[in-house]
Design a protein around this ligand. Structure first.
Ligand SMILES: NC(=O)C1=CN([C@@H]2O[C@H](COP(=O)(O)OP(=O)(O)OC[C@H]3O[C@@H](n4cnc5c(N)ncnc54)[C@H](OP(=O)(O)O)[C@@H]3O)[C@@H](O)[C@H]2O)C=CC1
Ligand SMILES: O=C(O)C1=N[C@H](C(=O)O)C[C@H](O)C1
Length: 258
């Protein structure tokens, strides 16, 4: 069966790559693009472009909506897609816990699958999983995520998910000196149950993360680098296939590949 796919955010760095990936895959049919602008330079390929998701769905009847937009738009897209019976595959980051809960409720009500993957690259998923295992033995953890300087959210979705996965195996405690004081605000980064996340933004970077786990006289560093956005494409393809068989919320690619 050919799966009908729509893409939100087709002019973006990820969106352009995803359009090319879906078009060349014979198991998919790209039926529509959702943008908030109808620009000449849009990656048309004769695929219809819509500024309203409702219209896109009514006119093209996609099975799956791949969302690669921005944190302020993605929640609305996900809720609308689910309302219309379209399965969201979401790469956009920046969800709040409350939004995730609302999406979970909508998925249960509609009984169709929704996949949210903070990172679609297999290497990053393995890095997160290895860090989760390592934190059982080395619970002092600092996460350093490094991205290009066009990224709007911090910390990255990957760093947040890494910390959440580690939370499953690490008892909460404040790391560092009990009397530690920040001379400049933010010096110790974000704090999730005592773990710290540091966000670096520089031109030239794509997506990189290292998880540092310290112990007496030792340091374990688990690092992953995406040098190119092609690293995310096989995860998107896999997610589209998988979500057609699911009727729950899948949060993280590790739930389907590990
Ligand atoms: N899960 C994963 O593996 C990965 C996830 N990401 C995430 O994907 C998202 C996109 O990243 P990236 O491609 O780098 O970002 P870009 O800024 O390059 O692309 C986002 C695109 O979405 C468009 N857009 C903004 N608002 C809307 C809207 N309401 N409807 C439709 N389109 C809209 C933007 O248009 P305009 O610029 O004109 O406003 C832009 O073209 C981010 O959240 C990022 O964190 C990124 C890489 C991997
Ligand atoms: O904005 C990006 O580029 C990326 N965003 C995702 C995140 O926030 O973790 C995934 C990857 O790191 C690239």
């Amino acid at each position: 069966m050919v799966i009908k796919v729509a893409i939100a955010g087709p002019r973006g760095r990820m969106g352009k790559e995803a359009v090319a990936t879906i078009i060349k895959n014979e198991e998919f049919l790209l039926v529509g693009l959702l943008d908030h602008k109808k620009e000449e330079e849009n990656v048309g390929n004769n695929i219809p472009i819509f500024t309203s998701l409702e219209e896109l769905i009514e006119q093209t009847e996609p099975d799956v909506l791949v969302d690669l937009t921005i944190p302020t738009a993605v929640f609305g897209h996900a809720m609308t897609a689910l309302q219309y019976g379209v399965r969201p595959v979401i790469g956009t980051t920046g969800f709040t816990d409350l939004q995730l809960d609302e999406i979970r409720q909508k998925v249960e009500e509609k009984q169709i699958g929704c996949l949210i993957a903070p990172n679609f690259s297999i290497g990053a998923v393995l890095m997160m999983k290895f860090a989760q295992t390592a934190a059982k033995y080395l619970p002092d953890v600092e996460i350093i995520e490094m991205h290009h300087d066009r990224k709007v959210d911090a910390p990255s979705g990957t760093a947040i998910k890494t910390a959440q996965m580690i939370q499953d195996t690490r008892n909460p405690f404040e790391q560092g000196h009990p009397d530690e004081e920040e001379i400049f605000a933010g010096a110790r980064g974000a704090n999730i149950e005592g773990m710290h996340i540091h966000s670096v933004r520089l031109p030239g970077l794509v997506a990189h993360q290292q998880v540092l786990l310290g112990g007496e006289g030792q340091l374990l560093t688990i690092r992953h680098d995406s040098f190119d956005r092609t690293s995310f494409m096989s995860g998107i393809v896999l997610s589209i296939h998988e979500i057609m068989k699911q009727n729950t919320l899948i949060y993280g690619l590790e739930e389907i590949i590990l």
